[in-house]
Each structure stands twice: as C-alpha cells, then as structure tokens.
Ligand binder design. Structure first.
Ligand code: UDP
Ligand code: MG
Length: 319
C-alpha cells in the first residue's frame, strides 16, 4: 500500500526540516514492519519566509517528498484540498507541520485502517488549553450541533487518515467555501476516533487569532445548513403575530377609552427593536447570497506557482 502524508505549511521555515526528520524516522520503522510505501505531499500555502526553499531542498534530497507551492496564501482549507488532490496514496493522512500532531500516531491510524475503518480520526484533549478557550469551544459545539445536520465533535480537527474512497468522496465535493470539519463528517464511511494528548506548538506561532476563529465558527454554522434562514423566517412570523395582537389591542383600547397621545416609549422601543431584528435577518440572507456569489464565480480554490510534481489526477489546469 502507498500511504500519502499531506502537510499544509504556512510560514513554517523553522520547523519543516525537523518535522520531516521526525516523520521520516517514524515512517522508516513502518516501512520496515508493515511493508507500506510512503510519500509526503507538502503544500506551501504562500509562505512569506523560507518555507519554499526548505521544501525544495527536502524534495531534492528525499525522493518520497513532493511539494506544491501556491501563488499566495489561500488558507489551510485550500492547502488541504491541494494536498488531497496531489496525493496518490491508497490512504492519506493529513498532518500539521508544527509537530502538534505526533507522527507516532500514524502507526495507530494504519492499524485501525487495517481493521476496516475508512476514516481514522485523532481527537485531541484540551489539556493545557486556556479555560476560556475550552469553555467557548464546548458552548460552540453544543450550539453548532443543534444547528447543522452533521455531527461535529470538540477536539476533532484535520488530523486524520482517509481511505482512498473517502478522499475521492471529499474531492467530489466541489464547493468553494470549504469547511473541512463538516465535509469530513458529511462524507461519513466507517469511522473511528481515538484520543491523544495535546502537544504545544514547538516553534513559530499559531495562525489563529480570535477574530479568525470567530469567522471560522460562523462559516461552520452557515456552510452546512439553511436553518439560520428558517430561524429568521420563524422569528419574523412571531414578531408579525405579536405586532398584530398589539395593534388590535391598541385599536380596542382607543375605541373604549378614546385616543390619548403618550406612546413615545412604546413607539421608540418597537421601531428600534424591529429594525434591529430586520438588520439581523438581512445579514443572514446576505451571508447566503454572498456564499452563492462565491460559488457561482467558480474560481479555482488556489493557484500553483511552483511544484516538483506532475499535474494532479483529474484536476483542471489552474487547480
Ligand atoms: N496553515 C496553512 N495555511 C494557513 C494557516 C495555517 O497551511 O493559512 C497550516 C500551518 O502551517 C499548520 C497548520 O495549517 O501546518 C495548522 O496551523 P496552526 O498550527 O497555525 O493552527 P493551530 O494548530 O493553532 O490550530
Ligand atoms: Mg498548530
């Protein structure tokens, strides 16, 4: 069996060499024991440091290493997609370049894959995370699982093994807005999860700011369902019914007691509350329209500026 390891890299010059050394050490053991062959597909996501030079060097000295380099930073989702497209393996493992995904776990993944699992998912514990982050994550997953149709699990990221069948299924989803956590869950197949202890990043910084996380979270909620639209509809209907009841009550009251003017506060509150609600609704609709706009443009997910490999199977020239 050929196993591909896909590694998205963005500004990882300090660590790619060490990553490569650690992984190939581990793979050498596995090659000996299991007789699998391995390839490493590095995706340089438009790094602005020396990552590309490092990868070029690795590919020159190690025939198992290949790389694709983007014309600019397209994001980790695009980098993973490219990696999956370029990978030729019968199974593919996706790993971060920062050694937060321990290479020793590949052995366990392969063992589980051997047992017939087509997705082997590594779930990290939140040990060492800040309490606020842990609580926020817990709340987020509770909310999102109520909203969307596939089940997402806290701590489950992109560190996983996919069978060839699962990879092809993922590649078959051509959507522009890619929310991998959801896509992997949507694809399904026989899956299993195991836990591993969270490791702190050894070098460089995490690319996730709070703002990025917030946007990512919102993407997740909106990519996988139309329930927010449905909720907007229900809320609108509820408000209309309440308003009609209130209007009816005012008319009756005016008929019984005659008209008197003081109504400022009510008016003001009603106007502001309603316009606020309307803004939100328009925002929700706008989000979907924006998404449709991006989808219909059919732009490629990334552009390749340099690579040491042939075109990926079945991909268009630009992707
Ligand atoms: N990454 C990428 N493109 C980006 C941001 C990140 O390819 O725009 C890669 C990065 O090089 C790393 C992985 O995605 O290999 C995870 O990134 P990071 O460690 O910053 O995220 P965290 O571990 O904090 O979730
Ligand atoms: Mg990391």
């Amino acid at each position: 069996m050929l196993i591909s390891i896909v590694v998205p890299c963005f500004n990882e010059e300090e660590i790619v060499d060490r990553f490569h050394a650690r992984v190939t050490d581990e793979l050498a053991l596995l090659e000996g024991e299991l007789g699998h062959e391995f390839e490493l597909v590095y995706v340089d996501d438009g790094s602005r440091d020396g990552t590309l030079e490092r990868l070029d060097h690795l590919a020159a000295v190690d025939p198992r290493a290949r790389y694709v380099s983007f014309s600019r930073n397209f994001g980790k989702e695009a980098a993973m997609l490219a990696g999956l497209q370029y990978a030729k393996g019968d199974a593919v493992v996706i790993m971060d370049a920062d050694l937060q995904h321990p290479p020793e776990l590949v052995r366990r993944m392969l063992a589980l894959h051997e047992e017939g699992y087509e997705q082997v998912i590594a779930r990290r514990t939140r040990k060492g995370d800040r309490v606020t982050r842990t609580l926020a994550a817990r709340a987020y997953y509770r909310l999102i699982n109520r909203l969307i149709d596939v089940e997402l699990v806290d701590g489950v990221g992109d560190f996983r093994l996919l069978s060839r069948r699962a990879v092809d299924a993922v590649l078959g989803l051509a959507e522009y807005n890619r929310f991998s956590k959801g896509i992997f869950a949507w694809v399904g197949f026989r899956s299993t999860t195991f836990e591993y202890e969270n490791a702190v990043r050894e070098q460089g910084r995490s690319k996730w700011s709070f703002g990025k996380l917030l946007n990512y979270g919102l993407d997740g909620m909106l990519s996988f369902n139309n329930k927010p639209l449905r909720a907007a509809l229900y809320l609108g209907l509820l408000l209309v019914s309440l308003a009609s009841l209130y209007a009816a009550w005012i008319v009756v009251e005016a008929m019984v007691n005659g008209v008197d003017s003081p109504g400022y506060v009510t008016l003001l509150v009603a106007v502001t509350a309603l316009s606020g609600v309307q803004m939100v609704m328009v925002g929700v609709v706008g989000e979907y329209v924006g998404r449709i706009y991006y989808e219909v443009k059919r732009r490629p997910h990334y552009l390749v500026a340099a690579t040491d490999v042939d075109r990926p199977r079945g991909a268009r020239a630009t992707t």
